[in-house]
Ligand binder design. Structure first.
Ligand code: CMP
Length: 134
C-alpha cells in the first residue's frame, strides 16, 4: 500500500550539516518528497507533537532539545513508507542502531537521535496536520 509518513531531521543533524546526506538516503531508498519545510519548535508545538510522551521521565529533555535549533520536516510517500522508514532510521538509540541506518550514522544520543518518523498511519495523519496544517 502506498503510504505517507511525517519525517523530521532533528536540530542536532541540522546543526551538524547532515541534511543533504539524510535527504539523499531517503531518495536513494525510493521515498518521494511531497512537502518540506524548515522551522523551529517552540515549547507548545513540542508538547502538541510529542503529546503521548508528556509525563515520561525524558519528556523535558526531549522538549528542550527539540526547541534548541532548527528542524526540517518532510512529508514522504512510498509503498510501505511507515515500516520502511523506521527500518531506515534504525533503533531509537543510535548506539543500538544497525550500522548504515540514519541514526547510526547521524544520531548522537537517544534524545538527539537525528531523525523522527511516524509510527503508524494514524500518527502520520496527526503529525502532518500539526506540522503542515493539512
Ligand atoms: P522520536 O522518534 O522523535 O520519538 C520520541 C522521542 O523521544 C525519541 O525519538 C527519542 O528522541 C526520545 N526519547 C528519549 N528517551 C527515550 C526513551 N527512553 N525511549 C524512547 N524515546 C526516548
Amino acid at each position: 500500500m502506498i503510504e505517507q509518513s511525517l519525517f523530521l531531521i532533528k536540530p542536532n543533524a541540522v546543526m551538524q550539516g547532515h541534511v543533504g546526506r539524510i535527504i539523499s538516503m531517503l531518495e536513494d531508498h525510493g521515498f518521494s518528497i511531497l512537502k518540506m519545510k524548515l522551522f523551529r519548535f517552540d515549547e507548545e508545538l513540542a508538547k502538541s507533537f510529542y503529546a503521548e510522551h508528556i509525563g515520561k521521565e525524558f519528556f523535558n529533555r526531549l522538549q528542550s532539545f527539540m526547541c534548541s535549533g532548527n528542524t526540517i520536516a518532510l512529508l514522504l510517500e512510498k509503498e510501505n513508507a511507515i515500516h520502511d522508514l523506521r527500518e531506515l532510521n534504525g533503533d531509537v538509540s543510535p548506539q543500538k542502531a544497525r550500522p548504515g541506518t540514519i541514526r547510526a550514522l547521524h544520531g548522537n544520543g537517544i534524545t538527539d537521535n537525528g531523525v523522527h518518523s511516524s509510527d503508524s498511519l494514524a500518527s502520520a495523519r496527526r503529525e502532518t496536520k500539526i506540522i503542515f496544517g493539512v
